[in-house]
Design a protein around this ligand. Structure first.
Ligand code: SF4
Ligand code: SF4
Length: 200
């Protein structure tokens, strides 16, 4: 392990970083975190979700900072880039890493497997419900990933979508006499029911 590497890791997301990237929220840092190095999969390293990267000095930083893959260089969790998330969303505190896939307008909330149910605690659950409603009204959706499986957070229910790594998650909403009603399913790519849903 290189102590310098650890320092550089922390500085990669500092306000003085020279690399082009998303605008970062002033006053926030990765100090004391590294949870993204556990809960996210890193394809180029063949690192699955929910196991620590072999190169992570847990809570401190990356031991291969200069050689870290592009996926790591480019990644900032939503806590770092969105002032709309409060301080309670620092992943080392919340035990959840939030990221936004802009192409499919999906917010992913990846829960530390050592803290199951973290997303159901206050003040997080109410905020997730509000975020989900906001996203759905803009053709997006919100998934909580717990135990490696997705849960669709909907205003009226939470839907455990189960395994199916290559499945397509579709969400649909409709107006009813008592308000908006939403549902979500996870379908195999060749499932004929896909055409019945608004694909997301
Ligand atoms: S999860 Fe977010 S705050 Fe934590 S180390 Fe990764 S980018 Fe930084
Ligand atoms: S290579 Fe470094 S930055 Fe990337 S997941 Fe591993 S420890 Fe984290």
């Amino acid at each position: 392990m290189s102590p310098d590497g650890v320092l550089e890791y922390n500085s990669r997301v500092s306000e003085t970083s020279q690399s082009p990237g998303p605008a970062l929220v002033a006053g926030r840092s990765c100090d004391g975190c590294t949870l993204c190095c556990k809960v996210l999969n890193i394809g180029s390293l063949r690192k699955p979700r929910n196991v620590w990267c072999q190169h992570c000095d847990i809570g401190n930083g990356c031991m291969i900072y200069e050689q870290r893959p592009g996926e790591c260089r480019d990644f900032y969790c939503t806590y770092r880039v969105s002032p709309e998330l409060g301080e309670e969303w620092k992943p080392s505190v919340s035990k959840m890493v939030v990221n936004f896939e802009s192409g499919i307008r999906r917010v992913n909330v990846s829960v530390d497997p050592d803290f199951p149910g973290a997303w159901q605690r206050d003040p997080y659950y109410g905020q997730l419900k509000a975020m989900a409603l906001h996203l759905l009204r803009g053709q997006g959706h919100l998934l909580v990933w717990e135990g490696g499986e997705p849960i669709a957070i909907l205003p009226n229910r939470d839907v455990r979508l189960g395994p199916g790594r290559d499945n397509i998650i579709v969400v649909r909403g409709r107006s009813t006499p008592t308000g908006e009603d939403y549902d979500a399913v996870s379908l195999a790519p060749d499932d004929p029911r896909l055409s019945e849903f608004t694909q997301s």
